[in-house]
Design a protein around this ligand. Structure first.
Ligand code: TMP
Length: 236
């Protein structure tokens, strides 16, 4: 597989074309942003940790019947994935109130909700990724009803698989963000990443935050938190 020109550079990753039209290479960076790009920094080795943690979880999800874009990890920071067109939605899955939901509904962070909450945001940085509901999604044709139903059912399944797996590692899965893509043949697959950048992970016993909130909230200790997640998930 030959790595060709860069086709996209985002906040945390670069994407390169390859000599196979159906696959691209993702290259994870240490750059960290928060507050829709207003806060910038780096977290040492974040790219390595997010690449390896994402691939570990995607492989597990594939085995559990959730199709993903993952093909092969080729280096510490690089992974071959299926080329997809991204459905322009961020799917947020919430088990415990935190972050923007706690703020919006006036809840204390850490309150367990009676059932899982799914939220959708329209992916548009200039608009600040506004929250949308199913009516907006279908009216704006961000995807079809069938695709949205599939995305919702995959998201809930991912929540079940990951919550159970992480519980055994003494990690509470508070909430997380997913993105889905469509392959050339129209199949919906899980894309992007699942990492401490995109999930809230709390230690089950101490409730210590082991995720990007340490960076977002200037708490310090983000490098150790990311390392701790890699150690618990991959044993190193
Ligand atoms: P929120 O409470 O700020 O809405 O975030 C909910 C979850 O989604 C949290 O685990 C962080 C993740 N997230 C992203 O990965 N990217 C984003 O742009 C946002 C807003 C949240």
């Amino acid at each position: 597989m030959k790595k060709l020109e860069m086709i996209y550079e985002g906040k945390a990753k670069k994407v390169y074309n390859t000599d196979d039209a159906n696959v691209v290479i993702v290259d994870y960076k240490d750059d960290a942003t928060a507050l829709n790009g207003l806060k910038k920094g780096t977290i040492h080795d974040k790219g390595i940790i997010n690449n390896r943690v994402t691939n570990h979880l995607m492989k597990m999800l594939e085995k559990e019947g959730v199709p993903t874009h993952f093909i092969e990890e080729i280096s510490d920071r690089e992974t071959i994935v299926k080329k997809v067109s991204i459905v322009p939605l961020e799917v947020i899955v919430r088990n415990i109130a935190a972050g923007s939901l706690a703020k919006r509904l006036g809840l204390e962070e850490g309150v367990k909700m009676k059932r899982t909450v799914l939220e959708y945001c329209y992916k548009d940085d200039a608009l600040g990724d506004p929250m949308v509901n199913e009516y907006h999604i279908l009216a704006m044709e961000y995807c079809t009803k069938e695709e949205l139903d599939l995305i919702a059912s995959y998201s809930l399944k991912i929540n079940e698989v990951l919550s159970a797996y992480l519980k055994d590692l003494n990690i509470e899965l508070i909430d997380f963000k997913l993105e889905f893509g469509k392959t050339a043949d129209g199949t919906i697959v899980l894309a992007d990443e699942i990492s401490p950048d995109t999930c809230r992970f709390w230690d089950s016993v101490t409730h210590e935050k082991l995720d990007k909130d340490r960076f977002r909230r200037d708490m310090g200790g983000e490098e150790d938190a990311y390392k701790e997640i890699m150690k618990r998930l991959l044993g190193e």
